[in-house]
Design a protein around this ligand. Structure first.
Ligand SMILES: N[C@@H](CCC(=O)N[C@@H](CS)C(=O)NCC(=O)O)C(=O)O
Length: 193
């Protein structure tokens, strides 16, 4: 299998953590690009021009949710059990945090300053804040699941790109969970730099 990746992508990190946790073997191919220039993104494999994308023989998989589900199935890891719908909801919430957080990064990095619209950025952060409050009210628990991996990667990305927002300040339970989860070897091995 080959995984197209970018080292700082939190969506790729979900896949990388799953690979390490399950002991699967996957070759890694670097790719880089943005909505303005797809660069070396594997557009022939993923027309959306995004990573992660996974090739296994004749089959291509994207996005991270599909790849994680596929690799979990392939490894027989059971990371979507026993509460499959609850775990998928957690993964969707984490991915929603990541989508909003990434849009904020793109807004600051790709859009000319004169075209930026601060209320739109704050609207993205409001989505993230609501999602974090929901997680604070019901922090992840129990044995490792894909929901936990996704939430761990989402919180890690907030630390990486939106540290100034200090998400931990009003969310002690989630912060405590994040600290424990970040200590897992697979999380430590995939910290974005
Ligand atoms: N929903 C996708 C999101 C993937 C995504 O947005 N990846 C970013 C890197 S973090 C990307 O490839 N951006 C390039 C672009 O949007 O053109 C997934 O879960 O894989």
């Amino acid at each position: 299998m080959q995984l197209y990746y970018s080292p700082t992508s939190p969506f790729v990190r979900k896949v990388s953590v799953l690979i390490l946790e399950t002991g699967l073997t996957v070759d890694r191919i670097p790719a880089a690009g943005t909505p303005l220039d797809h660069g070396s993104m594997p557009v022939a494999l993923n027309p959306l021009g995004k990573v992660p994308a996974l090739v296994d023989g004749d089959e291509v998989f994207f996005d991270s949710r599909v790849i994680c589900r596929y690799l979990d199935h392939k490894a027989g890891a059971g990371l979507y059990a026993p509460d499959t719908w609850g775990i998928l909801r957690q993964e969707a919430l984490a991915d929603g945090i990541l989508e909003a957080a990434l849009l904020m990064v793109y807004e600051g990095r790709l859009r000319p300053e004169s075209l930026r619209f601060a209320p739109w950025v704050e609207g993205q952060w409001a989505k993230i804040a609501r999602a974090l409050d929901a997680l604070e009210a019901a922090p992840p628990q129990g044995p490792l699941t894909m929901g936990q991996i996704a939430i761990g990667c989402a919180l890690g990305y907030l630390d990486f790109r939106h540290d100034a927002r200090a998400w931990r300040a009003t969310r002690p339970q989630l912060a405590a969970w994040a600290e424990g989860f970040a200590a897992r070897p697979a999380m430590r091995a995939t910290v974005p730099t």
